[in-house]
Design a protein around this ligand. Sequence first.
Ligand SMILES: [Ca+2]
Ligand SMILES: [Ca+2]
Ligand SMILES: [Ca+2]
Ligand SMILES: [Ca+2]
Length: 334
Amino acid sequence: MTKKYKLIVRKSVIAPATVLVICFVLLAPNIIAERLHQTDAPTDVPSIQGEDDWYYLPSYSNYAPAGMPDFDQKQDTSWQSRWGWSFCAPVALADVLWWFDSKHSDPNGTPGDGIDEYPLVSNYNAPGSPEPGPSADDHAFNNVNDDETTWDGTAGSGKEFIERLAWYTNTNFCRSLFFPEISGTTLFNLRRGTTMWLRDAGLQNQYNIEIITKPSFSFINERMRQNQGVLLRLIFSFPSDMNFIPKIAKLAYHYVAVAGISSNGFISVSDPEWDVANPCKDPMLHNNASIVSHDIYQVNFTSPYPHLGSWWIPTYASHRRVVITHAVIISEKE
Ligand SMILES: [Ca+2]
Ligand SMILES: [Ca+2]
Ligand SMILES: [Ca+2]
Ligand SMILES: [Ca+2]
């Protein structure tokens, strides 16, 4: 694995928890909607014996020099709902779409060159000075997000990449008349928004989108090694003695993009909320895709909620444990 510009430290460290929950969503309406578009996957528990063979998605020296980007969901207070930071789905989706756009762009391109060869990510003419410049560009850092625009959930507000994705994926139910108190992004809306995005980019015939219920670890391992874009949906699991946690928090879920995987039972993620391996105080720095924190966790196959997911991460951030309930997989058609 050669990653010339990689600025990450790959080791697990438990981060202090200062923010309670990322994406609060009441589950009932989601379950109804999500069942419309789900595919069951094998739930076999893989053998995790053998050598530690890590596999990371390739890096692209033009715009994804560290492999999977690690954009941040805490860039603008307008991205919060009343329940907290809630942009994990569009941000994790932005990681994957940016990675594919980099793959299909000029390998010698640079952020700010003003050239856009592939329409998965376009130049949205952010109002601030091009960063890094000299030209406004699809891969300029402030084309990911510019702090001169904010987001109010309408189509015209917040005009850069992540804010546009949030509107497409109906984050916080911004395009719905119902559920105004609900924040986050359902699987149904994530899939529908991604489909709309691909269609509007004219790429609907180039990509597949799958939602896998209870994906096995070996299934994710296999798909990663086929260079597919994988988002995981994690549901939080709190120990039974932590009764001080409000019940609503126990219904929260979160999305991450997978950066790498080890057959020996480890996973490396671009987490929109946390930067464990490479702590970063300024969330906007990660709009430079060469700066990432690929957080590594050991997984466990004795799930506390086997009806929801067959594998889980017992040491996810501080006081948190997460069960992997779904995968959203974006892949190129043959
Ligand atoms: Ca460009
Ligand atoms: Ca592009
Ligand atoms: Ca903005
Ligand atoms: Ca992160």
